[in-house]
Design a protein around this ligand. Structure first.
Ligand SMILES: Nc1ncnc2c1ncn2[C@@H]1O[C@H](COP(=O)(O)OP(=O)(O)OP(=O)(O)O)[C@@H](O)[C@H]1O
Ligand SMILES: [Mg+2]
Length: 247
């Protein structure tokens, strides 16, 4: 099968004044459609740099990267932006929502960039908001939502274009344990629908919900292991019920 992510000999070097920082060195990894991968490693080990490469936000200094079979280096900025919009959803530790826009308006943003009509945007945003369990909060501003609810809005925004891949950088980093588990249950539920998930975390308690762990150290991939993930409730009606049933 065609891998979703196929990285071969990737390096990323930053030049600062006369210093050169090898943020990534000789990374080779394949991720198939439908995997749930945790990327771990100490601060400064290159996790976010690797996410930026995988998410087509930056280009490598060396090596090749095939995203869904296409060599990223051969693509111009417009095509990269198009692929990011259509095929990748992003989630961050700090949610990155627009403070003055309602939950629904935040979720519609990728569709605005994609040039969708208003009726299509509304219908798809409503569907994504419902999929993360926030149908009754669509008209709230981010400041009127809890941290867990704000992350759900960010996840709804990430899935509104039916992406192949979700990239999440420490998505539970600011949440309490219980709320973090609900977000991880949501990622597992999305993963079961076929979406590939790559999630950065420094927390082993988070990584155990992934089926594969990549460990970075000083920009190098030092470990790549598969594991039986802890599965949070496949039967429960929603993520908080699933967490309650599992704990
Ligand atoms: N734009 C940049 N210019 C110069 N150096 C950079 C840049 N971005 C990252 N680096 C360096 O590359 C290395 C990897 O950084 P990166 O942000 O990927 O680490 P990380 O694993 O995400 O760390 P953290 O857990 O703290 O988020 C670090 O040494 C960092 O200082
Ligand atoms: Mg980082």
């Amino acid at each position: 099968m065609q891998a979703l992510i196929e990285i071969e000999g990737m390096a990323k070097t930053y030049f600062m004044d006369s210093e050169c920082v090898a943020a990534l060195a000789d990374i080779s990894v394949r991720v198939n459609h439908g995997e749930f991968v945790a990327v771990m490693g100490p601060s400064g080990s290159g996790k976010s740099t690797l996410m930026n490469q995988i998410g087509l936000l930056d280009t490598p200094s060396e090596g090749s990267y095939l995203f869904d079979g296409v060599e990223v280096r051969s693509l111009g900025p417009d095509r990269l932006a198009y692929l990011r919009n259509k095929k990748i959803g992003f989630c961050f530790q700090s949610f990155n929502l627009l403070a003055r826009a309602t939950a629904v308006a935040n979720v519609e943003l990728p569709l605005v960039y994609a040039g969708e009509r208003s009726a299509v945007r509304q219908e798809r945003a409503a569907r994504a908001i419902a999929a993360v369990g926030l149908a009754d909060r669509g008209h709230h501003l981010p400041s009127q939502l809890s941290g867990g609810q704000q992350q759900r809005v960010a996840i709804a925004r990430a899935i509104v274009n039916d992406p192949a891949l979700i990239l999440a950088d420490e998505p539970t980093g600011t949440l309490d344990t219980r709320t973090g588990l609900e977000i991880l249950a949501l990622f597992q539920r999305l993963n079961r629908t076929g979406i590939t998930i790559v999630l950065v975390t420094h927390d082993l308690n988070v990584a155990r919900f992934a089926g594969r762990v990549l460990l970075l150290r000083d920009g190098r991939l030092v470990e790549d292991r598969y594991q039986d993930p802890v599965v949070i409730g496949t039967e429960a009606p929603n993520d908080s019920a699933a967490v309650a049933a599992a704990s």
